[in-house]
Design a binder for this molecule. Sequence first.
Ligand code: ARG
Length: 465
Amino acid sequence: MSSNQLDKKSQAWSALFSEPMSDLVKRYTASVGFDQRLWKADITGSLAHAEMLAAQQIIGADDLAAIQRGMAQITQEIEAGRFEWKLDLEDVHLNIEARLTSLVGDAGKRLHTGRSRNDQVATDVRLWLRDEITAIGGLLNELQRALVEVAEKNAEVILPGFTHLQVAQPVSFGHHLLAYVEMFSRDAERMGDVFRRTNRLPLGAAALAGTSYPLDRERVAKTLGMDGVCQNSLDAVSDRDFAIEFTSAAALCMIHFSRLSEELVLWMSQNFGFIDLADRFCTGSSIMPQKKNPDVPELARGKTGRVVGHLMGLITLMKGQPLAYNKDNQEDKEPLFDTVDTLKDTLRIFIELVAGITVKPEAMERAALRGYATATDLADYLVKKGLPFRDAHEVVAHAVKFAIQRGMDLSDLPLDTLRSFNPTIADDVYEVLSLRGSLNARNLLGGTAPAQVRAQVARHRARLA
Ligand code: ARG
């Protein structure tokens, strides 16, 4: 085989290779189609590495200047869409390095001193993900603020609280929304945890064993704003647990969106009629002129499957990999990128969607009045009159059965009738049987009383300020 039959890619490693890759294998093994997204992190990491190489006198000051000049030009080319990405050069790293060398010559060839693509790619993914986690944290806070706004406005609005999707007890709609604020605040905390473990530096691990050059890893970490260096070279190049952890946190967050979406879809259905969503988040039907469908929450529920799938993909990717780097890890990028994109889009759209919810308090209250939502309140009332709770529970069950047979609410039963179930019942029972009385009675930390909802709103505001 003549040397000009060797494609550029096999030239990229060595003269060892005696035959070129087929186009199919090239396509199969290349990642540049998707990992070019890491270009900025790649250049940032390379500049920090080069700057340290010069400080340690491993390369010359003139080399560093040439590398900086070349990278500035490459940045411009990529930003202007003028950079020519080559499949032959496999990935983002080799593409940028080859262009650098074509621009600045030998200095470009010195950049890779004391470095391998194994520690390079691990560094790039961490740098990229770290910034995405920060952005996601900001969006999570914005979402929580949007929910807190709507919760405050609806502290006094009553809807039926459900267990088993059966009417259970009346709750404040504000309280209901604040449940999601709790979930999203934990999601934000989890992102903060993942950030700490992501923001560590693999560079210096080189291919797997470290390197013989006197690198100053701490210096590179500091330049890159990282919280420290990975302490074991084999681990540094091979584990992707930070990506798995992130995707797990993202999947949980999507599951919270999915639960909220499920409720929005139910609430918007004619059978509930609790809310309306702004038209801009819905679509119509091509055949049924009356339809307005809650597409955005439905899609958020659907996209949750995709992110959970990415988590399964990444976990499985790691399973069975011997130390250290294996090419399997190239497969971490697409699921990770799609997880970030899906989560960020969902966050952005829900920040708007939440602010555009039209609440229908009458329909909510009407629904709360069906289903004997205050039966527990009657039992608690009897306990306060001296009955043991289990006996009170039994008395109320009889009263509810009686009311169901007559198609009446407990609060519609005359006092004499109520007293026939237990003589301690007096006129003050009607306040207890009212939705508002039930709500106000649950005035303890974490309870649904509007006073508690307002206290929680204040706490969240202070926390999110
Ligand atoms: N494209 C590769 C990846 O994403 C870069 C590292 C390749 N390293 C290697 N020894 N082939 O993981």
